[in-house]
Design a protein around this ligand. Structure first.
Ligand code: SF4
Length: 348
């Protein structure tokens, strides 16, 4: 069961409550370079990114936000560290969300000004505590970098906003340690009803980071925890979105495309199954309705193992069977299997 949370809005995209779990990413261009930033955001949009964050490190970056916002279709979040003026300018320039920790901005007067701007423009704030940047005060108080230090540090930031009657809050508690991240979110889930932004920070390069993120984010989602996710990879952010979407699809939290079920192959396999599945993935990727397609190596176990699939192939020797809902409908040559399968899928 999904954890009950408040619902907040980044522009017209809802996060939390009963809304679809969203996938977000962050650009790695210089935000001041408007063309490159917009180009990258467009690529991410194309891959299905729901929300995008950009780093705002100076006033020039805040000026670029207006032009960027005009050219993109997804909500834009400004990532700011420490400087309250950049936060206010970003809000005025049209961002849909801020990522800033109020406890790091300085005096109450400054925080109040940021909160006022966010209230005036309906802009939510994400409070993000990363295990790597917890202040010494919390590390000493809680005996090290642990879930208590993370949660209570975040709670102190949250209370600052609540004291100013601001509750459009999203919370993240990231660590590069999967266990620690899971423990921190679980603990925080008992404390507040704000939506959670999930992520394993600094997860690594595409292959390793994908596995690590899938375990951490996946474990939390399976517990019903998490409302928006960001996979952090050392690589092209497009990969982050691909992985994020696939994490959601893998556990049935996103049903927007074809799911291919394929067997691992074994001594019974007599067709080039790996080539067939790779080709099928390419040719079926633009179907944007939920369909389960099974591509199995043999007719002995294939249709039976894939009974739940809408369509499927079971390989034979130089040929294969096409089946629909577990029932065999035709036998065709190996070279024609994929074309025939696609024909069946496209039948009205
Ligand atoms: S479906 Fe057939 S070929 Fe594939 S792993 Fe199972 S037994 Fe082997």
């Amino acid at each position: 069961m999904r954890r009950k949370t408040r619902k907040i809005f980044y522009g017209n995209v809802a996060v939390g409550g009963d809304s679809q779990i969203t996938v977000q990413s962050m650009t790695n261009t210089d935000t001041r370079d408007i063309n490159s930033t917009v180009k990258q955001i467009k690529e991410l949009e194309h891959e299905g990114c729901d929300i995008i964050r950009v780093s705002v490190k100076d006033i020039e970056s805040t000026n670029a936000l207006k032009a960027i916002k005009k050219q993109i279709n997804i909500p834009l979040i400004a990532d700011i560290h420490f400087d309250y003026r950049l936060a206010i300018e970003s809000v005025k320039n049209g961002v849909d969300g801020l990522r800033i920790n109020p406890g790091n901005i300085g005096s109450k007067v400054r925080i109040r000004e940021v909160v006022k701007a966010c209230k005036d423009y309906n802009v939510p704030i994400r409070i993000g505590v990363n295990s790597g940047s917890i202040s010494k005060e919390y590390i000493n108080k809680f005996g090290g970098v642990n879930e208590d230090a993370m949660v209570y540090s975040a709670l102190d930031h949250i209370r600052i906003l609540e004291d100013m009657d601001f509750r459009d809050i999203v919370v993240s508690l990231k660590s590069s340690d999967v266990y620690l991240t899971v423990r921190a979110y679980k603990k925080m889930a008992e404390e507040v009803d704000y939506p959670f932004h999930l992520g394993i920070t600094e997860a690594g390069t595409v292959w390793k980071g994908t596995i690590k993120s899938s375990i951490g984010i996946g474990a939390l989602l399976l517990m019903g925890i998490g409302d928006t996710i960001r996979v952090s990879l050392t690589g092209n952010p497009v990969e982050e979105v691909k992985v994020g979407k696939q994490i959601l699809r893998s556990i049935g939290l996103l049903k927007d495309s074809v799911e291919i079920i394929s067997c691992p192959t074994c001594g019974r396999t007599e067709i080039d199954l790996i080539k067939l599945v790779t080709e099928a993935e390419k040719r079926l990727k633009d179907i944007n309705r939920p369909l389960k397609i099974a591509i199995m190596g043999c007719a002995v176990n294939g249709p039976g193992e894939a009974r739940e699939a809408d369509f499927g192939i079971a390989g034979g020797k130089g040929n294969g069977l096409i089946f629909k809902k577990g029932e065999i409908i035709k036998k065709v040559k190996e070279t024609e299997l994929l074309d025939e399968l696609i024909k069946e899928i496209n039948k009205p």
